[in-house]
Design a protein around this ligand. Structure first.
Ligand SMILES: Cc1ncc(COP(=O)(O)O)c(C=O)c1O
Length: 391
């Protein structure tokens, strides 16, 4: 039924809208003409309930200081209860403009300069820059492709966690691999962290975008002990394509952890937040579910389309189908070209703007990340250009 109601093939010109993805091509790729399939936002309009709330508030015309109301928090709590079976109360919920802001605050609050922080590579580039920028040490454990699935090297993970690491930043679900962690995997990671007294920051910004009926599991929901040792970051931003409204939700079941986090939010005067972020939160979580179902079906079909197309036309470029979100981790290594040659060809011959895999860690050589949260026609054109360039 929703196929009639939502038209994700609608052409929407995003140029000259202060869009990083569409208006920064020259700086990033050296030219204007690339098809931009990089920064992780989608090209689709948000659910109508969100647009209506913004219109109504804009018409009001007064945009003074603001705060997040209780109904928004209750809508979020009901969302995570319903979708993930995660039972939390309003006193366990806080906020932050963005999740990366919250991550930086957590790193500064719960670790000290020189401390080690573990991340699983390849991973979202700000995980590196937040750790390094705050003068902590990056410790990595690489996710390995085995039998068509990315997996933890458990021996390495346990050894690294036990090497004096103070915090583990989990990407759940994983960007760029599109991996949804199973309850068993989360339990194993959570237990190893507990055993070694390592705090978990679980970045669950992509949680709501599970594809093909896959089920997201919240790290903090796995056990009471793990919940007490975790700070969870979620947001309506990726889910409903409102990243520009800067509004995220930070949860901890540990009053101690949350009060230390909140103290820093207060110290930095980040508590008030953005008016349009606040007023869209309740409609998003109360009325956005049907749109979300439709958009994830569209993204799944995009992933299938890209998979079949590359398999047929360019078997030297492969990817593991994502279980979640709208990002493909494309492996160009079998083309036999160097990373630099691939990067140059993508930008200057194919004229397609993808994220450079090496920004996700050294293991990203030969990989480029493609954002498929776009119209099928754009995806098709990008793939055709890639095939014409690399065949
Ligand atoms: C794993 C992950 N965390 C955080 C972010 C960005 O979060 P925010 O814009 O709320 O800082 C992204 C955006 O791509 C992401 O993929």
């Amino acid at each position: 039924m929703h196929k009639k109601m939502y038209n994700f093939d609608k052409i929407i010109d995003r140029k000259n809208t202060n869009s990083i993805k569409y208006d920064s091509s020259k700086e990033i790729f050296g030219q204007e003409e690339v098809l931009p399939l990089w920064v992780a936002d989608m090209d689709f309009q948000s659910p109508k309930a969100i647009i209506d709330a913004i219109k109504e508030r804009a018409e009001h015309g007064v945009f003074g200081y603001t705060y997040r109301d209780n109904q928004s928090v209750v809508a979020f709590i009901s969302w995570v209860q319903r979708r993930y079976g995660w039972d939390i109360s309003p006193s366990q919920v806080s906020g932050s403009p963005g999740i990366v802001t919250a991550l930086a605050i957590a790193v500064r609050t719960f670790t000290s300069a020189g401390d080690k922080i573990l991340i699983q590579t390849p991973v979202y580039p700000p995980f590196f820059s937040v750790i390094k920028g705050n003068e902590r040490e990056v410790v990595t454990s690489r996710l390995l492709l085995q039998d068509g699935e990315y997996k933890v090297n458990w021996q390495e993970f346990e050894q690294r966690i036990g090497s004096g690491v103070k915090m583990f930043i989990l990407c759940n679900s994983h960007n760029p691999l599109g991996k949804l962690w199973s309850k068993k995997e989360l339990e194993m990671m959570g237990e190893i962290c507990l055993k070694n007294n390592v705090l978990i920051f679980s970045d669950e910004i992509h949680a709501d975008l599970a594809l093909n009926g896959n089920q997201h599991v919240v790290m903090a929901s796995v056990s009471k002990e793990i919940g007490q040792n975790t700070i969870t970051a979620m947001a309506p931003s990726k889910t409903f394509n409102i990243a520009g409204l800067l509004n995220s939700v930070i949860v901890s079941e540990s009053p101690k952890l949350l009060s230390r986090f909140n103290k820093e939010i207060d110290n930095l005067h980040l508590g008030l937040g953005n008016l349009f972020g606040h007023i869209t939160m309740e409609p998003a979580y109360r009325e956005g579910e049907e749109w979300l179902q439709a958009v994830t079906e569209y993204i799944s079909a995009n992933a299938d389309f890209a998979f079949d197309y590359l398999k047929r036309e360019l078997p030297s470029v492969t990817f593991v189908k994502p279980q979640s979100s709208f990002l493909l981790w494309l492996d160009f290594n079998a083309t036999g070209l160097t990373h630099e040659q691939i990067r140059d060809k993508l930008a200057n011959e194919a004229k397609v703007g993808l994220n450079d895999g090496t920004t996700f860690g050294d293991c990203g050589r030969g990989f480029f990340r493609m954002n498929i949260g776009t119209r099928r026609a754009i995806l098709k054109e990008a793939l055709e250009r890639i095939v014409a360039t690399f065949k």
